[in-house]
Design a binder for this molecule. Structure first.
Ligand code: CAA
Length: 398
């Protein structure tokens, strides 16, 4: 349950972080009206306001490349020795999405390119793998990209918790943003709270059960962290959660209320939690990227954090794997952020009508081997990469 690694002096962690989300969204007030639901159920009860909707040309490969493209220098492209794409919504049963992304980002061939799957936990597995990799490979860097399109289906209970987007993170030695501690606490337990059979384009979930497992695993890992002296609340300036929808993270945080930690600590963690959900409330569920979107949201929307502050991250993937780990903000972290750029990305999205959303959601790629050319859904904004066509069952990107 606990990770104990040799503590050497090498500091590793997140050096750069960026995100991309498609340029269409559905306003959840429109969804509530169409489904005959009180809009406060979505806005307050679920805690979400909008959700990004991906057109066919922005699949998880294109989104992943778009998230990473703007943040990488030519030098870094040469130094990347590990590329991980973590996703629940992969596009191929065999070939790793990372290989398409490697090509689009013009990375060298001298790297390991792999895809990781474990529902919403995959990117955390990727981050931990990347930290180990850069610890043991001086001079090399690792790129971890979380990329997902969350789909539960039209007019289902999960519909309001959909979304689409990617978060790209460069993991290096002496990182500028967050040094990740080698010790972490984790647990795996086979549960039937969320799954997606190979033949299904939408997930199946036991939503309430999923909330129970998530909260239960958080409580267990938190207790363990207390026993090991890893999570003294006084020394924790923020606590991030996997956020499929903001209410779920809030339920995790609330377990620390009722006197479990001091009122002052609870108030501080709650205030910072509010900053961590700003982006996610407008993007929706991006599965494995959700906790890293929360990290970016916290850093770009909170002005009170400072270098040296310690942050906890509770990662959860249905099925289920959970991990609680910690990191410390670094002196240069603010210079690495792009709050204006990310706000523009969110604000410039086009609002879809219900019928446009339903048509976009229902569109499918040809599965009979015929050629299908796709239009570009995001020609002007920051999406240089897109799926251009399918032909002979193969995806062609530009
Ligand atoms: N005003 C304010 N609040 C209201 C309201 C109103 N008018 N009407 C209802 N609410 C509140 C309810 O009281 C409830 O609050 P609590 O959760 O605090 O009790 C909340 O809104 C939701 O209402 P319901 O319980 O009636 O909602 P529901 O039955 O429609 O289900 C859901 C909600 C379970 C989240 C459902 O949307 C769902 O199944 N979503 C998909 C599953 C999911 O996202 N699971 C997340 C973890 S899994 C994951 O992240 C995937 C992964 O690992 C890849």
């Amino acid at each position: 349950m606990q990770e104990s690694k040799p503590t050497d002096s090498v500091k590793v962690g997140i050096d750069k972080i960026n995100f991309y989300t498609p340029n269409h969204y559905l306003d959840l007030i429109d969804l509530a009206e169409a489904r005959g639901v009180d809009s406060n159920k979505y806005l307050v009860g679920i805690g979400q306001s909008k959700m990004s909707v991906a057109a066919l040309d922005q699949d998880i490969v294109a989104m992943a490349a778009n998230a990473a493209e703007a943040m990488l220098t030519d030098g870094e492209r040469q130094e990347i020795g590990l590329l991980v794409v973590a996703t629940e919504s992969g596009i191929d049963q065999s070939k790793a999405a990372a290989l398409f992304v490697q090509d689009l980002l013009k990375l060298t061939g001298n790297l390991r390119a792999i895809e990781i799957k474990e529902a919403c936990y995959g990117a955390t597995a990727g981050i931990q793998l990347a930290c180990d990799y850069v610890r043991s490979h001086p001079g090399r860097k690792a790129l971890v990209i979380a990329s997902d399109i969350a789909r539960y289906g039209l007019d289902t209970p999960g519909e309001v918790t959909q979304g689409a987007g990617s978060v790209a993170m460069l993991v290096t030695r002496d990182p500028a943003i967050l040094v990740i501690e080698p010790e972490s606490i984790y647990e795996s337990r086979s549960t039937g709270d969320f799954w997606r059979p190979n033949y299904s384009t939408v997930a199946f979930a036991r939503g309430k059960f999923s909330e129970e497992v998530y909260v239960g695993m958080f409580e267990e890992l938190w207790e363990k962290a207390q026993e090991l002296g890893l999570a003294n609340p006084e020394n924790l300036q923020a606590l991030l959660f996997h956020i499929p929808f903001s209410k779920m993270g809030r339920k995790g945080l609330r377990t620390l209320g009722n006197g479990k930690i001091s009122e002052a600590d609870y108030a501080r963690l709650t205030e910072r939690f509010e900053h961590s959900i700003v982006y996610g409330k407008e993007v929706g569920n991006i599965y494995t990227g959700s906790i890293y979107l929360a990290l970016l949201s916290l850093l770009e929307n909170d002005n009170s954090l400072k270098p040296g502050d310690r942050i906890g991250l509770f990662s959860y993937g249905s099925g289920s794997v959970a991990e609680l780990y910690f990191g410390t903000l670094q002196p240069g972290y603010r210079q690495r952020l792009d709050a204006d750029g990310h706000r523009t990305l969110l604000d410039n999205r086009e609002r879809l009508s219900m019928s446009e959303y339903e048509a976009m959601f229902s569109a499918e790629l040809a599965t009979d081997g015929s050629q299908q050319d796709l239009g570009r859904s995001d020609p002007a904004a920051g999406a240089p990469h897109y799926l251009a066509s399918v032909k002979d069952h193969e995806r062609q990107y530009r």
